[in-house]
Each structure stands twice: as structure tokens, then as C-alpha cells.
Design a binder for this molecule. Structure first.
Ligand code: AVJ
Length: 322
């Protein structure tokens, strides 16, 4: 086995700079908001892992079962030599893909990308041990940098799984997909996992579970601001809100102030007032229709090759080629 390499394009300092800018922009906006990527410090990543095991949170297990069913087809069609996985995180689904892509095709290299170097290092080492014939090159960066620094040579497939595409608003999605399309060579592919529009009676509890894990995950962004920017949020004074926006077809998570309060963010020299009941938007999680996914991919210059959905039409995997 060759030891995995790890390329770091994102330092702790870069992360803090980005968080400062996002926090200042979002907390001074009306309505207030924060980007969802700041949920994921060590505690947030752990809470998300717990979410994936909740009875109400169907996306992870649905995508996994679907991937298990169709991964052979994906591997046969893709014939990838390099698998780039965006937001690889703990790399649970990765094993399925790697096994199939090595059994059914010419895979030689795995390039996991994540913003968290700790999670990535662990994942890269595990994969390297399990697939000794594979070259493993981890990249710590944000998506845009990853795309700019993508290894060349060898037919590549970029996987973006888990439904995280739904964290982007339509304009950001268009830009993101076009950015991927731009770095691909003709014939190379994108494998996209996306949650589908389903009955809100199933959807909403997935983001508002009975055990309160998602509520804790939501409030974790306030802990992150407290730790990284020396803010003094009292997370217990914020209530978890999850609602389905039927028009825009996305879940919105918010934190509602349970009383009037003033919060200071010492590292930003910022004082923020919350009125009782005021809501801070912390995440959108858009759900899709197969036609809409195809249209967005086509608009970004992709050709949709295959779409697979689970039997309940809750989740889709799309293989699209440049
Ligand atoms: C990791 C972005 C796919 O949107 O379903 C889980 C994050 N938020 N519960 C999602 C999340 C609330 C998750 N993604």
C-alpha cells in the first residue's frame, strides 16, 4: 500500500477569515442568516452522523440502498480511472463506489475532498488500507479550489453525494454545476445524489426529529460562532424551526430567539440584537424533481446519461456527462 497524500489548500486561518466574513454579512442582514457549511466542526460532524441514523432521516439510508442497487451499472457506464469525491467527509458510501469501480472498471486513483482535514485524513487512511492498489490523494479545500486543482490525466468521475447540492440556492447551483462542467474533459462524468420532492409529512420530520438531534445540530452553529469568533450566544435561548417552503421546494432550518437579546461577537466588534421570536436562517435543503435536475444539468452544459431513483421516489442518483 502507498501512503495516502494530503494536499491542503485551506488553512485554519483561511477558514476563520471566511467564517468572519460570512458571520458579519449574515448577522447584519435582514432577515439574519448563516451559511450551513459552518455546522460542521467536530461536534457538528458527529451530530450529523447521528442524524443519519435517526428513524426520521431517510435520505442517507435511501441513497445508500439505491447506490448499492445501481453501483455496478454506474461503474460499467462510467469506466472511471479517477474518482473525485466532493465533500467526502466520513466516506461511508465511498467503499461501495470504489469496490464497483475497481471490479467493473479501470479505477486507479481516489481523490476525496473535504473542508475538514481531520475527517479527510482519517478517511483517506482507511481507504488506502482497504484498497491497497489504489492511489489516494486527499484534498483539503473548498469546492471551487478543488475544481481548479483537480488532478489531470485519466478519465475522471466527480461524485457529489448525500443531497448536499440542496444546500445551494438555484443561482449558486447553476454556478457550481457550470464550474464542474468547465473542468471536465469531454466524456468525463458527474455523479450527483439529490433528494426528491416528497410528502411534507415525511420530509419535515426528517429535519425535526423527535429525539431533538437535528435541533442540537442546528444550534451547533451558535457554538461554532462562540468558539471561533468569541461570540456569546446562549444556544438554549434559540428554538429549532424546520419548515417546508412549498413554492421554492426547499426545507428551511431556522433558529428562533425565545426572548429579546443582545449578542456580542467579540472578534468582529459586533453587537447583534434579536427580538423575541426573530428567526435566523441556518440552512436551506432543496428537494428536486427529476425533470428539474435534468434541466439544471443541461443548462450547465451536461448531458444526463442515466437517472436512478428508489422505489418510493425519495432520492435520485444522476450520472451526467460533459
Ligand atoms: C448533509 C446537507 C445533505 O440537507 O439533509 C441534515 C444536512 N441538515 N439535517 C441535508 C442536514 C439537517 C443534510 N446535508
Amino acid at each position: 500500500m502507498t501512503a495516502p497524500t494530503l494536499e491542503v489548500h485551506l488553512s485554519d486561518e483561511d477558514l476563520t477569515t471566511a467564517l468572519r466574513a460570512d458571520a458579519r454579512r449574515g448577522l447584519t442582514a435582514d432577515p439574519k442568516w448563516l451559511p450551513p457549511k459552518w455546522f460542521y466542526d467536530a461536534r457538528g460532524s458527529e451530530l450529523f452522523e447521528r442524524i443519519t441514523e435517526l428513524p426520521e432521516y431517510y435520505p442517507t439510508r435511501t441513497e445508500r440502498a439505491l447506490l448499492e442497487r445501481v453501483v455496478g451499472d454506474i461503474a460499467r457506464i462510467a469506466q472511471a480511472e479517477v474518482l473525485v469525491e466532493l465533500g467526502a467527509g466520513s466516506a461511508h458510501k465511498t467503499r461501495l463506489l470504489l469496490s464497483a469501480l475497481t471490479a467493473e472498471g479501470p479505477l486507479k486513483t481516489y481523490v476525496p475532498q473535504d473542508v475538514s482535514s481531520a475527517a479527510l485524513r482519517a478517511a483517506a487512511e482507511q481507504v488506502a488500507a482497504e484498497f491497497p492498489a489504489l492511489g489516494v490523494h486527499g484534498v483539503v479545500s473548498d469546492f471551487t479550489d478543488t475544481l481548479r486543482n483537480l488532478p489531470r490525466g485519466g478519465r475522471r468521475m466527480i461524485a457529489f453525494l448525500g443531497g448536499t447540492i440542496g444546500n445551494l440556492v438555484p443561482g449558486e447551483r447553476a454556478e457550481f454545476l457550470a464550474g464542474i462542467r468547465e473542468v471536465l474533459e469531454p466524456g468525463e462524468q458527474l455523479l450527483l445524489g439529490a433528494g426528491l420532492v416528497i410528502d411534507p409529512d415525511v420530509l419535515v420530520p426528517a429535519y425535526d426529529d423527535a429525539a431533538g438531534v437535528t435541533a442540537e445540530f442546528n444550534r451547533n452553529v451558535l457554538h461554532v460562532l462562540n468558539h471561533r469568533l468569541r461570540a456569546d450566544f446562549d444556544p438554549d435561548k434559540f428554538a429549532h424551526v424546520a419548515l417546508w417552503d412549498a413554492e421554492r421546494e426547499w426545507i428551511e432550518m431556522r433558529l428562533a430567539a425565545t426572548e429579546d437579546m443582545t449578542v456580542t461577537v467579540a472578534d468582529l466588534d459586533l453587537t447583534v440584537h434579536f427580538a423575541r421570536g426573530e428567526q435566523l436562517r441556518t440552512e436551506i435543503s432543496a428537494k428536486f424533481r427529476v425533470d428539474g435536475l435534468d434541466a439544471e444539468l443541461t443548462a450547465a452544459g451536461f448531458r444526463t446519461e442515466r437517472v436512478w431513483t428508489d422505489d418510493d421516489d425519495r432520492f435520485a442518483l444522476v450520472l451526467a456527462a460533459r
